[in-house]
Design a protein around this ligand. Structure first.
Ligand code: FEO
Length: 404
């Protein structure tokens, strides 16, 4: 893909990774993009780079617009590998360029490259840089999502280059939200935003709220939000800001997701009457088997729903390993504003449901107890109890949801 002008003199010069399906452990069924940007001004300025195997691509895109050896400034908003590992190639072409990044960014960069011969200036929130007719404003966003992270605002063009925040893993010929929606649904775009947020930014809801408030307090007019992945928000930047504020505030759909695994299909057999009970209360329900579902998809579906039922058979008096793995991931993401319960089958002693509750309580989630257990294959009586359990849980989910 060629360079794309996003505003007069500001170009997308990134790369589309159509083929990536495993992004450091997250499934990316729709690929991704590594977005970086070039401002053609008195001082040619590059914003971020791309993943190492796309270095030649971004250099070719830059070359369409300007001679890369003329780059004078390189803004590094974030030093994760997908954005910084072409920096050496760029610096080889433009060895006199000055790199601007946060203090933490500099410390991280030292671990990746020998920077002794590079000109580096560290910046903090409120610092500015004039590149000609344009003025840049740097805004640190530590832990959104790495300690080094920052955003750069181009004042004259009203563009916020937001690094990972507001991004999505979507490979597309479309560069902009309005272009994307000409050939895809709003659901597809929103689903990609939620997937990204759930798997990467879920722990940082409070930080997101305060950082967006800080940006609003600065009185910055934002016409374009240009993230480092996926489509650029030029038609409706307010939409992505609202989605982030909503998610940071704990927004969820009034529905239940049943996430389970099974050994001999007994725990699985419980899911159908549970779902019937939930549906009976007028609540939508989705059912996911963990070994049939990529982890990042299970995390996204967990995050979308207000209520979750976690099902596990007992193995050696403990929960099933895939369920433990799922709860381990969820715990690390520090979810809030979700109500959870548990169910499962056992052969003799039990233990899985108790352990699932311990995990859920450890996360300080609202829990619905006692859980639902069945000895071996659920009997018709067990199925009836599952149905009633599903109904009771759905009622509780409705009550809990009302407070949001
Ligand atoms: Fe897209 Fe945190 O890297």
């Amino acid at each position: 893909m060629k360079a794309v002008e996003i505003k007069t003199g500001i170009f997308w010069v990134g790369a589309i990774d159509w083929a990536i399906r495993d992004f450091h452990g997250y499934v990316t069924p729709k690929g991704t993009t590594y977005n970086n940007y070039l401002a053609v001004d008195e001082k040619l300025t590059l914003f971020d780079t791309v993943k190492y195997n796309f270095g030649d691509t971004t250099i070719a895109n830059i070359r369409e617009v300007a001679d890369p050896s003329k780059i004078e400034n390189i803004i590094i908003n974030h030093i994760e590998n997908d954005h910084v590992t072409s920096l050496d190639k760029i610096m080889h072409l433009a060895p006199g360029a000055t790199i601007y990044l946060t203090e933490k960014g500099k410390k991280g960069l030292e671990r990746l490259y020998d920077i002794s011969s590079w000109k580096i200036k560290t910046v903090k929130t409120g610092d500015t840089l004039t590149i000609g007719r344009r003025n840049l404003l740097f805004i640190e966003t530590p832990m959104l999502h790495w300690p080094d992270s920052m955003m750069t605002y181009i004042r004259e063009d009203k563009i916020l280059i937001s690094q990972d925040a507001f991004g999505q893993h979507l490979a597309s010929a479309a560069r902009f939200d309005d272009e994307f929606l000409e050939c895809a649904s709003v659901f597809e775009l929103e689903d990609a935003v939620i997937d990204y947020y759930a798997n990467i930014l879920m722990p940082f809801g409070n930080l997101i709220k305060s950082k967006i408030a800080e940006i609003q307090k600065l009185g910055l007019e934002i016409e374009v939000i240009a993230p480092d992945h996926g489509i650029i928000w030029r038609k409706n930047p307010e939409k992505i800001l609202k989605m982030y504020l909503d998610m940071a505030g704990g927004a969820a759909e009034l529905k239940v997701v049943i996430i389970y695994d099974t050994m001999w299909n007994s725990t699985e057999a419980m899911t159908l009457p549970l779902m019937r009970g939930i549906k009976e209360e007028g609540i939508d329900c989705k059912v996911l088997k963990l070994r049939a579902t990529p982890m990042s998809v299970a995390i996204k579906e967990f995050w979308k729903a207000r209520g979750v039922l976690v099902g596990s058979p007992t193995l050696n008096n403990k929960m099933f390993p895939s369920v433990a793995e799922f709860l381990h991931h969820v715990a690390g993401l520090r979810p809030k504003g979700r109500i959870a319960g548990s169910f499962g089958s056992y052969g003799w002693g039990g233990g899985a449901v108790k352990e699932v509750y311990e995990s859920l309580k450890g996360m300080k989630l609202e829990v619905f107890e006692p859980g639902m257990e069945a000895l071996s294959r659920p009997s018709p009586d067990d199925a009836e109890k599952c149905y009633e359990f599903g109904k009771a849980f759905a009622k509780k989910v409705k009550e809990y949801h009302a407070q949001f």
